[in-house]
Unconditional design. Structure first.
Lengths: 639, 175, 488
């Protein structure tokens, strides 16, 4: 049996088992089973990837046919898995970081009762299975199935806490906004099928050049619509900050490290199509740059630490999208990899703080916590340094590469670089602001401070491992002028072999060094400002809703995106629906049957044959009107 | 316009008028009698359209047997008058209903009025023109050969209708 | 003439006779509950017969009664679905009727078998005459089935009457359309119509005839604005009848649309496809938005069924072989999904009442039931790994393909609208999920304490449906092979 099948189906099997019997097994067994399955999956994934690495570079593609899904006359699609350097990297990230997060959750979720505990691990394992389906897919149908399944598991996990209405609403919002994106993805799939008569990557992507320019643009834009929904790119980003209602390990795993990167993965996977259309690539790049900048500005004023990281995630995803949008796929994917480490770390550390403070998330009530929880503090500083792009951390190298490509890459544009640069400056500021407000200065809420405590080792160990990983992973992609040892670029090279010349050469060493100096200086200056502002006695946090300026209000309200959506879509939809319900259904046609009481009241009328006959007459009138409409239309159209 | 056309028009309007009378009369017995008249007009139409057998069957089966049964049931169950209230709530509804009916009627007439005369030709083409005994034979053949399934289905339909009526209307007897 | 051809129909008629005799012979005081088992077994036998018979694979399909009865693969496939639905409906009815002490149980099962017979004749109709008689037969049966709770529920008999009156009106429209068609073509045989339609000229009379036929069929299919009866009837009818009506009735209506519009009048696709698409667009918008504000679970599912009818019609509007396959596959998924949903709602309503709030806390009380209902509604919403996902995928793919290949941009726009509205549909399907899993149970409400009782009949229904929902979603290949063979 192929090891890939174990990687894929073991988490599914434990998910089903835990859902059915986990509550009876007890907490230890349920959690142990869940963690073990992901660890074993990681081992098999590593084995598969090593096997792949042993092949010659040009033939690093393994296709596994599980069974036939569809077999229509003109059209055959299998449940096929594809292991290539791209999906190999992704399965390692999903199972590796997934395992650490599972381990962390063992401690974090400990207060839930056995049934809920087993349910949580069942859902998380199911998510791992869904995500693996997505990244291992060898055709568009399987990738779309995985795409939808991660949406389902995300919905289940965001709304995990029963009885919490805000969580349920957040889950629904996430699901539905994602479906809006899926609309584009699905239409793109139909167009692809129509153009190629197949959905297999191997039959579509190498022959993408057969698409007409208009069709390539349409397919690219529709695909990107799906990618933007999943990867929370503006304006479809609104679901991600709300998704933080779920348990913190979920935020780390799904809404930071893995699921949200699916959009970036999709664009990288389908780069052959995007490369055909400068317009589609331009849209991708500009969306990414704008999202990177705007979300970073919003993150500067949030006071809920998980929300800061949520907007930060939106912003960092913007960088990845910017990277793939300017044709620097390797750089975008490298940032995906480093971000998976440090953002998972940051979320888990935030969860550790939240755990210590009994659910408190407002940074205005924290301060000075480094004395109480040194490990959490140290690891979170590492994560924040990576995020801010402190020199020599992984985030520094990966973000640097993307910005360089925005300035000098195959589809470079100065505006893109400027937005990215400003966003990076904001990132340095909000990272510093959060760290300094939470861990330094004087405690602002003494009661909470007194009760704070360091988290248990099952939570601490993943933090340490992720912190080490966050620092070490940068070594895989050091800048080209430093060393010729480029494992990350070399690994992915077969996937992007179809692209034209690697444009590294166009940037002189002086430019690269100059830019690095500029970033370093920026990070230092903004970090210092944040230190000055947020460690003093009266830290510069305004109270809720109290805006110091119009700009602050704009940022505090997240550019009013939710309000705009609420107004335009939800209100209009519900308004129409309510109108339909009240006036047509209730008033005009028939509402009495809605309740037994009303029906009983109307019963007398019915026996006298009046009221209800009247209503039936209304139905008849609709019928007749419908017939008139049809006849009229037909006669007008076919005169 | 010959006598035939005049008679067609007379019976057609008669059928229509009696049908309207059936639904607007409150006394059930009168309504039943008006229904008989409506069926007789239809029978006349069939005869005028060269389908005398159908006309005869219509009189025998519908206007005769079924309607007698119907009247019998009505009288036995002692159904008096149905509700006295106006069927419509306000003049707006009356106007609306009339308008809608007129519109539908106009559209239907508009379509039927432009009936292509050429299309009628193939209908009579296969087989000899049916008259007299031949007509009976053809109806019999249609009923017992091609239409056997439909004939049986109609039998099932009647059974279903009997059961359905029992379920839906046996209110009084139940209490 | 091959008299043995309608063997499945004879089987169902025989079953009806058995039911009739049983009801006659067995003393009145003995419960008629056993009849539910008799019907279920009888339908299972017919189902086995249907599944064992092979669809004809060569061009002149076998016919009987001078072409008035057609035994092609389309009929075979749709009959299989209808008989399966009838079997599930009998199983779902046993305890439902018994619990309510319904007086008319013997008649109920008799009507159920007769309606099934009618639906089977309907999908085998090779002639407008057979079609019309079968249509009336099934309608009359359904009027009575809807009203069978008479005396227990006032709305039930009212809904039956409403359905009767509106059904008669729609039949009149259809009949007038049929007579115009006969006048124009000189034939009522569907094969004859197809031959005539290939060369006939368009005229206003033809356009009127097509519009009337479309209106009559749209009523059976419950497309907006001919759907007005559906929410009332679905809500008031006994739940097993609602389930049967919503799946078998709709499936047969789909077969009718395929036979009449695609097969017989395919030559005029340029005329009727616009009409159908206007109805479908209205259906997508109206039904999906109307469902959002419903508080009664069955009424919500009624709006959902109206919307699903619209999706099914995409296959007909496409008119291509792929479209038909997709529509048949989706119908198959829809049968089992909808029956499962109604079965769970029926069981929950026994203790929690018909309102949506009766579902609260079901995830804890009866996790199995909650899981099946969640799977069913997610399947209806088109979420993998359930059958509805593949069904919608095919339907939309078939629509897009036909739209591009034949240059029918209207069809493309319609599919786009369908996809958008299926996103909206997620809103109300998730309302059900949210009630079960997230809303806390109201401790004051009656009957929300322990797990919901699931009798044996319902267990069987749920087992079959759940298995089919998963099978169609995870491994649809053999089912598609069966469908392709049927539609060759």
């Amino acid at each position: 049996m192929n090891p890939l099948l174990v990687v894929l189906f073991l988490p599914l099997a434990t998910a089903v088992f835990n859902r059915l019997f986990g509550a009876r097994l007890g907490k230890g067994a349920a959690a142990g089973l869940a963690c073990a399955s992901v660890l074993v999956a990681f081992a098999f994934a590593a084995d598969s990837v090593l096997g792949l690495a042993a092949l010659p570079a040009a033939s690093r593609q393994v296709l596994v046919h599980v069974y036939d899904l569809l077999d229509l006359a003109s059209f055959r699609v299998g449940f096929d898995l594809l292991l290539d350097p791209l999906s190999g990297m992704m399965i390692l990230v999903v199972t590796g970081i997934g395992f650490l997060i599972h381990l962390y959750a063992v401690g974090y979720m400990h207060e839930e009762d056995a049934g809920e505990y087993a349910r949580f691990f069942a859902y998380v394992n199911f998510f791992v299975f869904s995500m693996l389906t997505l990244v291992l897919a060898a055709n568009f149908l399987v990738i779309f199935t995985g795409w939808e399944l991660v949406g389902v598991s995300s919905y289940l996990l965001i709304g995990f806490y029963r009885g919490k209405t805000s969580a349920a609403d957040a889950g629904k919002k996430a699901f539905i906004v994602n479906r809006v994106g899926d609309f584009g993805f699905l239409m793109a799939i139909f167009l692809i099928w129509n153009a190629f008569g197949s959905l297999d990557f191997s039959a579509v992507l190498p022959h993408a050049a057969a698409l007409s320019p208009g069709m390539a643009t349409a397919v690219g834009l529709l695909l990107f619509m799906g990618a933007a929904g999943k990867s929370a790119q503006g304006p479809l980003h609104v679901w991600l900050p709300d998704a933080m209602e779920g348990p913190t390990p979920v935020s780390a795993l799904i809404h930071a490290a893995t699921m949200v990167t699916a959009g970036v993965f999709l664009v990288a996977r389908c780069h052959a199509i995007f490369e055909l259309s400068p317009l589609a690539l331009g849209v991708v790049a500009w969306t990414g740059a704008l999202t990177a900048f705007l979300a970073a500005t919003v993150a500067m004023v949030q006071v809920d630490i998980k929300r800061v990281w949520a907007y930060s995630t939106v912003s960092q995803l913007g960088y990845m999208v910017l990277g793939v949008g300017v044709g620097a796929y390797t750089a975008g994917l490298f940032h995906l990899l480093t971000h998976a480490f440090f953002k998972a770390l940051l979320f888990l550390a935030a969860g550790s703080v939240m755990h210590a403070l009994h659910g408190e998330l407002d940074m205005r009530r924290m301060g000075g916590l480094w004395r109480k929880m040194p490990l959490t503090c140290a690891t979170m500083i590492v994560g924040a340094a990576c995020l801010a792009g402190v020199p020599l951390t992984s985030g520094f190298f990966s973000k640097d590469e993307i910005l360089l490509m925005a300035l000098r890459g195959p589809h470079a544009d100065f505006g893109l670089w400027l937005l990215g640069y400003l966003g990076a400056a904001c990132t340095a500021f909000y990272s510093g602001r959060l760290i300094f407000s939470v861990f330094f200065g004087k405690p602002r809420d003494h009661h909470a401070y007194e009760h704070a405590h360091e988290s248990p080792w099952v939570m601490g160990l993943p933090l340490v491992l992720l912190a080490v990983g966050s620092l070490a992973v940068g070594l895989l992609g050091l800048p080209g002028f430093l060393t010729h040892w480029q494992p990350f670029t070399d690994w992915l090279a077969p996937v992007f072999a179809d692209l034209k010349a690697v444009p590294e050469a166009s940037a002189s060493r002086a430019l690269v060094l100059g830019l690095m100096a500029l970033y370093t200086g920026t990070v230092a200056v903004l970090g210092w400002i944040a230190w000055r502002l947020y460690t003093g006695e009266a830290a510069a946090h305004p109270a809720d809703g109290e805006a110091t300026s119009a700009l602050h209000r704009l940022l505090w309200n997240k550019y009013f995106f939710d309000e705009a959506y609420g107004f335009v879509f939800v209100r209009a939809l519900l308004g129409y629906s309510r109108w339909l319900w009240r006036w047509v259904d209730q008033g005009l046609v028939d509402g009495t049957v809605n309740g037994v009481a009303a029906a009983a009241q109307a019963a007398g009328d019915f026996l006298r044959g009046r009221v209800h006959n009247g209503r039936t007459r209304q139905y008849a009138a609709y019928l007749a009107a419908g017939a008139c409409l049809l006849l009229g239309l037909a006669l007008i159209y076919h005169r | 316009m010959g006598l035939r056309e005049v008679l067609l028009a007379v019976f057609a309007f008669g059928a229509l008028a009696f049908a309207l009378a059936v639904v607007s009369t409150r006394n059930t017995v009168y309504a039943a009698l008006e229904f008989v008249a409506h069926l007789l007009c239809l029978a006349a139409l069939y005869c005028l359209l060269d389908a005398p057998l159908l006309g005869v069957l219509q009189v025998m089966v519908y206007a005769g047997a079924i309607m007698v049964l119907f009247l019998f049931a009505v009288m036995m169950l002692d159904i008096q008058e149905t509700g006295r209230e106006s069927a419509f709530q306000g003049p707006g509804q009356v106007a609306g209903a009339l308008l809608l009916a007129a519109l539908l009627f106009a559209l239907l007439v508009f379509g039927a009025d432009r009936f292509p005369a050429a299309a009628l030709a193939p209908a009579a083409a296969p087989g000899a023109p049916g008259v007299g005994a031949d007509n009976v034979v053809r109806v019999a053949r249609a009923l017992f050969e091609r239409g056997a399934l439909v004939f049986e289905a109609v039998g099932v339909l009647l059974l279903t209708a009997v059961v359905a009526v029992m379920v839906m209307a046996k209110r009084r007897l139940e209490n | 003439m091959n008299l043995a051809l309608p063997l499945p129909e004879y089987g169902v008629l025989g079953l009806a006779l058995v039911v009739l005799l049983y009801d006659l012979v067995v003393p009145e005081r003995v419960s008629r509950r056993a009849l539910g088992w008799v019907c279920a077994l009888g339908f299972a036998g017919v189902l086995a017969l249907l599944l064992r018979s092979d669809a004809p694979q060569v061009a002149p399909v076998p016919t009987a009664f001078g072409g008035m009865y057609v035994a092609d693969g389309l009929a075979l496939a749709f009959k299989t679905l209808i008989v399966a639905a009838a079997m599930l409906a009998s199983l779902a009815s046993l305890d439902y009727l018994e619990a309510r002490g319904v007086r008319w149980q013997g008649e109920y099962y008799l009507l159920l078998t007769l309606v099934t017979f009618a639906l089977m004749c309907l999908v085998s109709a090779g002639d407008l005459l057979t079609l019309y008689v079968a249509l009336e037969l099934n309608s009359i049966g359904f009027y009575a089935l809807v009203a069978v709770l008479k005396g227990r529920s006032l709305t039930s008999s009212e809904a039956g009457l409403k359905y009767l009156i509106l059904g008669a009106l729609s039949s009149a429209l259809l009949l007038y359309g049929i007579s115009l068609l006969y006048g124009l073509s000189g034939t009522v045989s569907l094969a004859g119509l197809a031959a005539w339609a290939a060369g006939a000229a368009r005229s206003p009379a033809l356009v009127v005839a097509l519009a009337l036929v479309a209106a009559g069929l749209a009523f059976k299919m419950s497309l907006v604005p001919f759907h007005m009866w559906a929410p009332d009837v679905y809500q008031a009818a006994p739940t097993p009848v609602t389930a049967f009506l919503s799946v078998a009735g709709k499936t047969a209506a789909l077969a009718l649309l395929v036979r009449v519009l695609d097969a017989a009048l395919g030559g005029f696709i340029g005329v009727w496809d616009k009409l159908l698409m206007v109805l479908m667009a209205a259906t997508f918008v109206w039904a999906n938005l109307g469902a959002l504000k419903q508080r009664d679970a069955k009424r919500l599912m009624a709006y959902s069924s109206v919307a699903q009818a619209g999706y099914l019609a995409i296959g007909v509007a496409a008119g291509s072989a792929l479209g038909l396959q997709a529509a048949l596959f989706y119908a198959l998924v829809y049968v089992f999904t909808n029956v499962a949903a109604f079965q769970v709602l029926q069981l929950v309503a026994e203790s929690g009442g018909p309102e949506l709030s009766g579902l609260r806390g079901l995830g804890r009380r009866s996790p199995g039931l909650a899981l099946i209902l969640a799977a069913a509604v997610l399947s209806l919403a088109g979420i993998p790994p359930f059958g509805g996902f593949f069904g919608k995928f095919y339907l939309f793919a078939a629509g897009v393909r036909e739209g591009i290949v034949a240059g029918r941009s209207w069809l493309l726009a319609l599919v786009g609208l369908a996809v958008v509205m299926s996103i909206v549909s997620l809103f109300y399907y998730l309302i059900l999920v949210k009630q079960m899993y997230i809303e806390p149970a109201d401790p004051e409400a009656p009957g929300t304490g322990g797990p919901v009782a699931v009798p044996l009949g319902a267990r069987l229904v749920l087992g079959v449906c759940a298995a089919m929902i998963l099978w169609t979603g995870l491994y649809p290949s053999p089912i598609l092979a069966w469908i392709r063979q049927a539609l060759f």
